[in-house]
Every structure is written in structure tokens, then in C-alpha cells.
Design a protein around this ligand. Structure first.
Ligand code: HEC
Length: 123
């Protein structure tokens, strides 16, 4: 390939990677919904973060789990509802990870177990 061609290809690839990185849904999530529920909600990670019993690494892990949650497709419910709910959760978890003092309250409100399960959890 000519020097010119390689340059153009590199440019295209770096654009594609940048685009994918800014649109998390183009990546296959590393955790399934069930895995996120177990790690964040059964093992107590969310609770620790909300109670202030978590360190920065825990807060970043919770954010990363919720990014994976958002990138999954739920067993049922409208895609738009899933997107709205998980976007609110991701934004709040990001605020917490960044040390925004309003983050905790926002996260508590955004993670509504019952309302999401009614809409999106199968049997
Ligand atoms: C944004 C939506 C959403 C929120 C918020 C949510 N869940 Fe879930 N949860 C789901 C879905 C969808 C499933 C079903 C996953 C499946 O069947 O693949 C699930 C499944 C579960 C399971 C079963 C996991 C398993 O191993 O089968 C538990 C336990 C659970 N959630 C706990 C919680 C708790 C506790 C909260 C609140 C702190 C919560 N969830 C908040 C969407 C949510």
C-alpha cells in the first residue's frame, strides 16, 4: 500500500475507534445484566458507595458495571425506557466517581430496583 493509503487508513481507524469509545453501546459489555446485579446489588458495592464506605476504585468499578448494564439488552421492555433508566444511572454513578457532592442523591434516586424490574426483568 502506498504511504498515502496507509495514512488514510490510519486516520479512518482512529476515527472509528474514537467514535466507538464515545458510544459505549458499540462494545459488547464485559458483564451480563445478571453479573452486574450480583456484583453491584447483591454483594453490596452500591450500598457501600451510597454509604460512603467505598474508595475511588470501588466508585469507578460501580460506574464501569453500570456502563456494562447500559450496553446490555434487557429480557423485556421498551428500548427507550431501558436507555433512559440506564443513562440516568450511568450519569449519577459518573458524578459520584468524579466526587460531585450531588452524585449520591442522584444515584440513590436513579437506581430504582422495583420500577426497573417491573419494566425489564423477565420471570
Ligand atoms: C435499570 C434496570 C435495573 C435496576 C435499576 C435494577 N435492576 Fe436488578 N435486574 C434488572 C434486570 C433486567 C434483571 C434480569 C436480568 C436477566 O434476567 O437477564 C435483573 C435481575 C436482578 C437480580 C437477579 C440476578 C440473577 O442472578 O438472576 C437481582 C438479585 C437484582 N436484579 C437485584 C437488584 C437490586 C437489589 C436493585 C436495586 C438496588 C436492582 N436489581 C436494580 C434490571 C435492573
Amino acid at each position: 500500500m502506498s504511504k498515502y493509503g496507509t495514512g488514510v487508513l490510519t486516520l479512518i481507524i482512529s476515527f472509528a475507534l474514537g467514535y466507538a469509545a464515545s458510544h459505549a453501546n458499540y462494545f459488547a459489555p464485559r458483564h451480563s445484566i445478571k453479573q452486574v446485579m450480583r456484583k453491584a446489588h447483591k454483594q453490596g458495592l452500591l450500598k457501600d458507595v451510597l454509604n460512603g464506605d467505598a474508595n475511588n476504585e470501588d466508585r469507578r468499578e460501580l460506574l464501569s458495571l453500570y456502563l456494562d448494564l447500559a450496553a446490555n439488552t434487557p429480557p423485556k421492555g421498551k428500548p427507550r425506557s431501558w436507555r433512559d433508566k440506564t443513562t440516568a444511572i450511568v450519569n449519577a454513578a459518573r458524578a459520584v466517581a468524579e466526587g460531585d457532592p450531588r452524585g449520591t442523591r442522584a444515584l440513590k434516586n436513579a437506581v430504582n430496583c422495583g420500577s426497573c424490574h417491573r419494566e425489564h426483568k423477565g420471570k
